[in-house]
Design a protein around this ligand. Structure first.
Ligand code: ADP
Ligand code: MG
Length: 697
C-alpha cells in the first residue's frame, strides 16, 4: 500500500512540475517525505537588527533595515550583476545578484522600507551582501516571526526565487496535508523517560518553532531518533553477520611465540599488546573478525599486522596486506620481509608495476599455497589473484578504500570468509567512528613507543626564510634529514608543480653543498622509487615533495618536516605529514610556513597543530572546523546523509542513542516485544517506501 508520504511533491499546491523538477535535481527532494525531512539548518532570530556601520567581513548572517537608494546593472555576459545600494540612513552597503536579475530587478522599489538578510563579504575594499533575502518591512512585521527557518538551498533555487521563505510556505501546505498521517515511531517508554515531544509536535515545531525552548525540544528528539535508527541498522548488520558467518579458527600461537622470543626487535607497548590480544580473541572465536585498528601515526600498527598474520599462517592459511599506494606497499613489503625472512615465511609483493612474467608465476604460487603473505596495492583485488586459502586480510589506511573493496576481499575465499583487519592512521573522533565503522569492532593503539620525543611544532611566516634555512642547515649538520612539502591541489596542478620545482631550485641554490631530492605525482614510478631510495639511504639530505609522501612513509632519520603554504592543508593532512618525523629517539621538528594573510579557519588549524600532537584531539578539531561531510572517507560511505543530527556536535546524543539501541537489541534482538512495535512498524514502512525516506534509515 502506497502511503501519502510517497506522493510526488509535484502535486503539492504551490509546487508544480517545473519546480518539482528543480527540487529533484538540486536537492534530491522527490516525495512528501523528502520535503518533510528537508529540515531548516538554522534559524534566524528575527528580533535582532544590525546597523550597517556595525558590519564587517567577519560578520555572520545579519539582518538590517533600510531603503534601496539606487540600482544598476554592471558588467556583461558572465560578469553581469545587479547592484542595489542599500542605506539605513547612517551607512550603506551593496546588495548584489548575479543570477535571476530579470525576476528580482522589477520587484525592487526605491520608496519601500526593506528587511535585508544575508552574509556580508568584502569585495575589493567594499562590503556587500550577495543574493540576500529581502522583504518589505511591513509584510515582515505582519507575520510576526521571531525564529525564521533557514533551509538548505542551491544557487539555482535561489535564482528562481525558491528561497527559504518559499520553502517555508510550501512546508505549511504540506504539514496541513500530512500531519494527521504522521505516526509515532518511538516506543512510549522511551518518549516518557527522555521527555521527548511526540513525533507530530516535533515535526511541526522544527519547521515552525513557537519559541526557542520548543525548538530545542524538537531538535533533540529528531536528532536522537535519526541517530537511533542509524545505530540500530548498523548494530543489526553486525549482529546478522556474527550470527551468520563462521570464521576460521586460529588458535595456534607457536609462530607467535617464536617471533616474540627470537625476532621481535623491540618490546611492544602496552597498547600494542592489548590490541593483539583483542585480535587474537576474535580469531579464535569461530566468528569472522571485522575489526578496525586505529592508532596515531608512528604508533606501530605494522608490527601488529604482522603478528596477526602469524596467527593465520600458523593455522596453515595465508595473509594479505592491502596498501593504498605503490610507495606504501613497497615499504610495507620491505619492513615485513625482514621479519618474514627471519621466520622462514615466504612473502611477495604485487603492484600494478609488477612484470607480467613475475606476476603469472606469482599467481600460480599463490594458488598453490607457496606464498604465505602477499603485500600489494589495488592489484590484489583483481580476479586473477586467487589464494589457496586466505585467512586474514589487512587493509592499511582504510579511508582510501571503500566498503566495496572490503567486500571484494571478503569474497576471495569460496568457503569461509577471511578475517578482516582495517588499519587507519587517521584518528577518527569517536562519534564518527561509531557511525562510519559502526558495524566494525574497534581496537585503539593509544600510546606511542617509548623514548619518542614529542615533536616541536612552530609557525613561521614566509618572510623568515633566512631563519628557516639556518635551522635546516643546523639540523643537517647534526646528521638529520629534512622534508620540505608543498601542497598539491588538483585544480591547479600546473601551478603547484611549479611551486615544488621552484622550491627545489631555490633550496638547491641555498644548500649547494648537499644533495637534494624531489618527489611529485608527475614523475614516473621509476624516478619516484629512485628518489625515495636515495633519501632512505641518507644520500639526499633534503626531500622536496608534494603530498605524495603524506601517508605511511617511514624514514626514521628524517627529523624535520617543513610544510610550505601550510594554510592550504587540512588539519588531518598536516597531522599526517608531521607524523613522517618523530620516528626515532632524536628530537624532531615541524615548521608550518604560511603567508601573513590567514583566514580565521587556517589560523585555527595552525594553532591546533602548534598546541597539540594528539591525533584524536586534532581529529575532533577537524570535525568541528569542517563538519563530518568533508572528512576523509565520509563522502562515499553514504552514512553521512544525516538530515538533522550533526556528528560534530551531537556526540552525546549519538552515544546515548547507540547505547539504547544496544540494550534494546540485547533484550529483544528480533524486535518482537509489544513495546517495540512502533520500531518494527517504522522499519517496515521504511523498507516499503521509496526515495530518501527509505535510503537514510
Ligand atoms: P604506524 O602505526 O604509523 O604504521 P609503524 O608501524 O610504521 O607506525 O611504526 C613506526 C615505527 O616505530 C617503525 O619504525 C617501527 O619499527 C617502530 N616501532 C613499532 N612498535 C615499536 C615499539 N613497541 N617500540 C619501538 N619501536 C616501535
Ligand atoms: Mg603505517
Amino acid at each position: 500500500m502506497a502511503s501519502i508520504f510517497d506522493n510526488s511533491i509535484e502535486f503539492l499546491k504551490g509546487v508544480g512540475p517545473q519546480r518539482a523538477a528543480l527540487f529533484q535535481k538540486e536537492l534530491k527532494i522527490f516525495t512528501y517525505a523528502d520535503l518533510l525531512q528537508h529540515y531548516p539548518f538554522r534559524y534566524e532570530d528575527r528580533t535582532k537588527f544590525y546597523t550597517i556601520k556595525e558590519l564587517s567581513a567577519d560578520s555572520a548572517y545579519v539582518q538590517i533595515v533600510g531603503k534601496i537608494v539606487h540600482t544598476e546593472i554592471l558588467g556583461s555576459r558572465f560578469k553581469k550583476r545587479l547592484v542595489a545600494k542599500f542605506s539605513d540612513g547612517k551607512g550603506s552597503i551593496d546588495l548584489i545578484w548575479f543570477q535571476g536579475i530579470q525576476w528580482i530587478l522589477p520587484n525592487l522599489r526605491l520608496d519601500v522600507e526593506y528587511i535585508v538578510f544575508g552574509k556580508p563579504n568584502l569585495f575589493g575594499k567594499k562590503l556587500n551582501i550577495a543574493h540576500p533575502e529581502i522583504e518589505p518591512l511591513a509584510s515582515f512585521q505582519e507575520k510576526g516571526v521571531s525564529l525564521q527557518p533557514i533551509y538548505p538551498l542551491s544557487e539555482k533555487l535561489r535564482a528562481r526565487s525558491m528561497d527559504s521563505k518559499y520553502i517555508s510556505k510550501i512546508q505549511r501546505v504540506l504539514l496541513n496535508v500530512v500531519l494527521p498521517y504522521v505516526v509515532e515511531n518511538l516506543p512510549n517508554p522511551i518518549i516518557e523517560k527522555l521527555k521527548f515531544l511526540g513525533k507530530r509536535e516535533a515535526i511541526s515545531e522544527i519547521h515552525f518553532p513557537t519559541d526557542k525552548n520548543k525548538l530545542e525540544l524538537a531538535q533533540r528528539r529528531l536528532k536522537w531518533e535519526e541517530l537511533f535508527y542509524l545505530q540500530l541498522r548498523l548494530l543489526k548488520l553486525k549482529l546478522v553477520r556474527t550470527q551468520k558467518f563462521e570464521g576460521q579458527l586460529f588458535d595456534d600461537t607457536t609462530l607467535l611465540k617464536e617471533f616474540y622470543s627470537n625476532h621481535l626487535p623491540f618490546t611492544l607497548t602496552k597498547a600494542q599488546k592489548r590490541v593483539i590480544r583483542e585480535i587474537y580473541l576474535d580469531m579464535k572465536s569461530g566468528k569472522q573478525m571485522n575489526r578496525l585498528l586505529q592508532g596515531d601515526v608512528g604508533s606501530g600498527k605494522t608490527i601488529v599486522a604482522f603478528i596477526t598474520m602469524l596467527l593465520a599462517i600458523g593455522g596453515g592459511r595465508q595473509g594479505a596486506l592491502l596498501a593504498p599506494t605503490v610507495v606504501l606497499a613497497q615499504q610495507h613489503f620491505h619492513n615485513l620481509k625482514k621479519h618474514a625472512d627471519a621466520m622462514g615465511i615466504s612473502i611477495r609483493l604485487l603492484t600494478g608495476t609488477t612484470k607480467k612474467s613475475v606476476r603469472l608465476k606469482l599467481f600460480d604460487e599463490l594458488q598453490a599455497g607457496e606464498i604465505d603473505i602477499l603485500v600489494g596495492t589495488h592489484s590484489l583485488l583483481t580476479d586473477e589473484v586467487k589464494f589457496k586459502q586466505l585467512g586474514l586480510a589487512v587493509i592499511d589506511e582504510q579511508h582510501r578504500f571503500g566498503v566495496a573493496q572490503r567486500s571484494v576481499l571478503w569474497k576471495k575465499n569460496d568457503t569461509t570468509l577471511p578475517h578482516i583487519l582495517v588499519m587507519t592512521a587517521t584518528p577518527i573522533p569517536r562519534t564518527l567512528a561509531m557511525t562510519l565503522y559502526g558495524d566494525l569492532d574497534i581496537s585503539t593503539i593509544d600510546e606511542l613507543p617509548k623514548g619518542r620525543k614529542s615533536i616541536i611544532t612552530k609557525h613561521q611566516f614566509d618572510s623568515n626564510r633566512l631563519i628557516i634555512n639556518g635551522f635546516i642547515k643546523s639540523q643537517i649538520e647534526l646528521g638529520r634529514q629534512v622534508y620540505v612539502v608543498y601542497p598539491l591541489i588538483e585544480e591547479s596542478e600546473k601551478l603547484d608543480l611549479k611551486q615544488v620545482v621552484d622550491g627545489y631550485e631555490s633550496l638547491s641554490r641555498a644548500f649547494s653543498e648537499y644533495a637534494i631530492g624531489i618527489l611529485h605525482g608527475k614523475m614516473n614510478q621509476k624516478a619516484k622509487d629512485y628518489e625515495m631510495a636515495r633519501f632512505v639511504k641518507g644520500e639526499t639530505k633534503i626531500m622536496v615533495a608534494t603530498t605524495v609522501i603524506e601517508v605511511g612513509v617511514d624514514v626514521p632519520n628524517a627529523s624535520v618536516m617543513i610544510v610550505e603554504s601550510a594554510e592550504r592543508f587540512g588539519l588531518s593532512q598536516l597531522h599526517q605529514l608531521r607524523g613522517r618525523v618523530g620516528r626515532s629517539s632524536e628530537q624532531s621538528y615541524c615548521i608550518l610556513i604560511s603567508d601573513y594573510k590567514l583566514s580565521a579557519e587556517a589560523r585555527a588549524r595552525i594553532k591546533t597543530m602548534v598546541e597539540t600532537t594528539d591525533g584524536f584531539e586534532i581529529a575532533e578539531m577537524d570535525l568541528k572546523l569542517r563538519g563530518p561531510g568533508n572528512l576523509l572517507g565520509t563522502q562515499q560511505s553514504g552514512l553521512m546523509d544525516l538530515m538533522i543530527a550533526d556528528l560534530a556536535v551531537d556526540g552525546k546524543i549519538l552515544q546515548h542513542a547507540r547505547q539504547t539501541a544496544i540494550e534494546m537489541l540485547e533484550k529483544d534482538p528480533e524486535l518482537v516485544l509489544p513495546e517495540n512495535l512502533p520500531i518494527k512498524k517504522h522499519i517496515e514502512s521504511l523498507r516499503k517506501s521509496v526515495g530518501n525516506w527509505g535510503r537514510i534509515s
